[in-house]
Design a protein around this ligand. Structure first.
Ligand SMILES: Cc1cc2nc3c(=O)[nH]c(=O)nc-3n(C[C@H](O)[C@H](O)[C@H](O)COP(=O)(O)OP(=O)(O)OC[C@H]3O[C@@H](n4cnc5c(N)ncnc54)[C@H](O)[C@@H]3O)c2cc1C
Length: 475
């Protein structure tokens, strides 16, 4: 019997929505299955609420530091419950874009419920059997919970409950100094909470180069965030005013940390349970979906994209992978998912953005490389704007191929795109250095950084030749 749909998408977050809207727009008959609400983590519990809260926090910080710009201002009066109400209002403003009505209007059949595969070509949901030529698993991820004794009896928050807070948070303890932990540490601190961040890693933002993450860490410390790094959480328990963690520090000494609230932000787990993957012939590898470069599972009619596919857990990679799936599933084009020129950004202030290899990764992987740096304090616009805390780094092969770039500094999330384009189109460092950049902009950091590589590439012998040929008389 002919399948009812061309595409059946399971999960209506960033990845699934792009597949569904794109598929319908291209003329496919699409079913979209969602167990909660369309929009996924990004809209309800991830990017949108976190960035909306960071905005309120930034306004508070700007008022608090107005005197640095010679502008008199009273102390701000941050109000966390009101800021959270604003977060929810922002979500409501954006929600119609992801609403069932909009998708039904695009011709997508939206089915609510959590279903499962009953064989390699049928997905059952709420008593209905959906058949499709191609399926797409886009069920996202959820917060991973660390196996800390007592955690089950201790009240804690994750990104799934944080933005529902309606009460003040006098003292927030955050487990995890990754991007989510760091963004929320700064947001809550700027909005008036005392904040302590714990991590077993010895640096904040442990995936980034130490010199760059240290800039962000120093900023947060100056704002009053306390860090306990290299610390292991041994036990969690409820306390009269909230929670208590027992931790072992880097020296082996134990101590207790109390907070009114505990936020767990130690990583993510793919949502793979109860989908009937065995029945569908979809294989796992080390607890993750086994996928080829075209994002096909072991059952070639079933694809995956977004957080559930990994390895990058971002909305923009979910959207990119959705496009790859559409091209492969509908048009049988052998398009591969990008894994090299993939950018990301931690939206602290200063931001920390990266694309490609970091200096440390290049060293750890034994990749021959050179690294160059340029500090924001040497950038006129950063000085005029009181944003001199920052550093940009470029990692190239010895011959000058760009392997990666990272920026800690104001506007890093915008500035990184020049390197994304350069890497994607295999531009040379000299192309970046030769492109005229508007003065005075922060984007000039990209040209100045490229010049570091060109200067370093000028060997003493080459300099001697230039001097001889052109009769130059300097040193
Ligand atoms: C606090 C936080 C801040 C973030 N900030 C950023 C940021 O600034 N920039 C960025 O790029 N990324 C950010 N992210 C990551 C981003 O939110 C995710 O990468 C993105 O949402 C992944 O989209 P997805 O479609 O794969 O998954 P999701 O958005 O999680 O969507 C999956 C959907 O599948 C549904 N589902 C699950 N199981 C089933 C089932 N069995 N049947 C039917 N439906 C099911 C879920 O209900 C959900 O709606 C952030 C994440 C968090 C947690």
């Amino acid at each position: 019997m002919k399948p009812e749909f061309d595409l059946c998408v399971i999960g209506g977050g960033s990845a699934g929505l792009v597949v569904a809207a794109g598929g319908a727009g291209l003329g496919a008959k699409v079913a979209l299955v969602e167990k909660r609400a369309l929009g996924g983590d990004c809209l309800w519990t991830g990017c949108v609420p976190s960035k909306a809260l960071l905005h309120s926090a930034k306004v508070a910080h700007t008022v608090r530091t107005a005197r640095r710009a010679a502008v008199g201002a009273d102390e701000p009066e941050p109000d966390l419950p009101a800021a959270m109400a604003r977060v929810r209002a922002v979500i409501q403003t954006l929600e119609p874009h992801d609403s069932p009505a909009r998708f039904r209007g695009l011709g997508v059949e939206v089915v609510f419920g959590a279903g499962r595969f009953i064989d390699s070509g049928r997905f059952e949901v709420e008593g209905r059997t959906l058949t499709a030529k191609r399926f797409v698993i886009a069920t996202g991820s959820r917060p991973a919970l660390p196996p800390i004794p007592g955690l089950g009896l201790t009240p804690f928050l994750t990104n799934e409950t944080l933005f529902e807070l309606r009460e003040p948070v006098p003292r927030l303890v955050i487990l995890g100094a990754g991007p989510i932990g760091m963004e929320m540490a700064q947001a809550f601190r700027r909005l008036g909470s005392e904040v302590e961040v714990l991590d077993s890693a010895e640096q904040a933002l442990p995936k980034e180069d130490r010199d760059l993450s240290a800039l962000v860490e120093r900023q947060l410390v100056e704002e009053g965030v306390r860090f306990s790094l290299g610390c292991e959480a041994l036990e969690a328990a409820p306390a009269p005013n909230g929670i208590r963690l027992t931790v072992r520090g880097p020296t082996g000494a134990q101590r207790g940390i109390e907070g009114s609230h505990l936020l767990i932000a130690v990583g993510r787990k793919p949502n793979l349970e109860d989908l009937g993957l065995d029945a569908a012939g979809v294989a796992l590898e080390n607890g993750r979906l086994a996928l080829d470069a075209r994002l096909r599972t072991a059952n070639r009619r079933i694809y995956a994209c977004g957080d559930v596919a990994g390895p990058f857990l971002f909305t923009h990679t979910a959207e990119h992978q959705a496009g790859v799936v559409l091209k492969n599933a509908l048009f049988h084009l052998p398009v591969r998912a990008e894994t090299r020129a993939v950018p990301w950004c931690t939206f602290t202030d200063p931001e920390l953005a990266r694309v490609g290899l970091s200096e440390r990764e290049a060293a750890e992987r034994g990749v021959p490389h050179r690294a160059y740096g340029f500090d924001f304090e040497n950038l006129d616009r950063a000085v005029t704007d009181d944003a001199a805390r920052g550093r940009a780094k470029l990692v190239t092969s010895p011959r000058g191929t760009i392997l990666g770039a990272a920026i800690a500094g104001a506007g890093a999330g915008e500035l990184i795109h020049e390197y994304v384009l350069a890497m994607r189109h295999k531009l040379k460092v000299s192309d970046l250095a030769g492109a005229i950049h508007v003065y005075p902009t922060l984007a000039q950091v990209n040209r100045r950084l490229a010049e570091q590589r060109l200067k370093a590439g000028l060997t003493p012998a080459a300099k001697r030749w230039l001097k001889r040929i052109f009769g130059l008389r300097g040193n």
